[in-house]
Design a protein around this ligand. Structure first.
Ligand code: CMP
Length: 140
C-alpha cells in the first residue's frame, strides 16, 4: 500500500452548521492526515471550473450556486491509499445510501448538500490539489 494524497472540500452546508471540526475528527480517525487546509469563499468562476466535468449535467447550475453559497474548507489529505480511504469514509454521494458512520450519513442534508467532496482518482487528486494549493502550502 502506498502513501498518497487526495483533495477534499468541506462544503457550505457543513461550514454553515459549524461542523468543520467534527468532519475533521472523522477524517483523522480514519487514518487520514490533514497536510494542508484553508477556508475560502469560492467565486462562481472557480466553482464552474472546478466542477467543469459536470457542466452538461442537469444539476450543474444548482451545484455551482450551492458551492458559492457560503465558505468551504479545501484540504489536502495524506495517508495509505488516501483517495480510496477518503471515499470510503465520506460515504455514498446520496446520504440516503451512505453507510453508518460515514461523514455523509452522519452530517449530509441531501445529495447536493452532502457536506464533503473527495477526489475520485489519484490523477484527479493531483489536478484538484494544484487548483487550490501551491506545493509549499502542503506540509506532510
Ligand atoms: P461531489 O462529490 O462534490 O461531486 C459532484 C457533486 O454534485 C456531488 O458531490 C453532489 O454534491 C452534487 N450533485 C447534485 N445532484 C447530484 C446528482 N443527482 N448526482 C450526483 N451528484 C449530484
Amino acid at each position: 500500500m502506498a502513501t498518497e494524497r487526495t483533495f477534499s472540500i468541506i462544503k457550505p452546508d457543513a461550514t454553515r452548521r459549524n461542523l468543520t471540526g467534527k468532519v475533521n475528527a472523522v477524517l483523522e480517525e480514519a487514518g487520514l492526515r490533514i497536510v494542508a487546509q484553508k477556508r475560502i469563499h469560492m467565486t462562481q468562476a472557480q466553482a464552474e471550473a472546478f466542477y467543469g466535468v459536470h457542466a452538461a449535467r442537469p444539476f450543474f447550475r444548482d451545484l455551482v450556486t450551492f458551492m458559492i453559497s457560503g465558505p468551504v474548507v479545501v484540504q489536502v489529505l495524506e495517508g495509505e491509499n488516501a483517495v480510496a480511504r477518503n471515499r470510503e469514509v465520506m460515504g455514498a454521494t446520496n446520504p440516503a445510501n451512505a453507510e453508518p458512520g460515514t461523514i455523509r450519513k452522519l452530517f449530509a442534508e441531501s445529495i447536493e448538500a452532502n457536506s464533503v467532496h473527495g477526489s475520485d482518482s489519484a490523477e484527479n487528486a493531483a489536478t484538484e490539489i494544484a487548483y487550490f494549493f501551491a506545493g509549499t502550502d502542503i506540509v506532510g
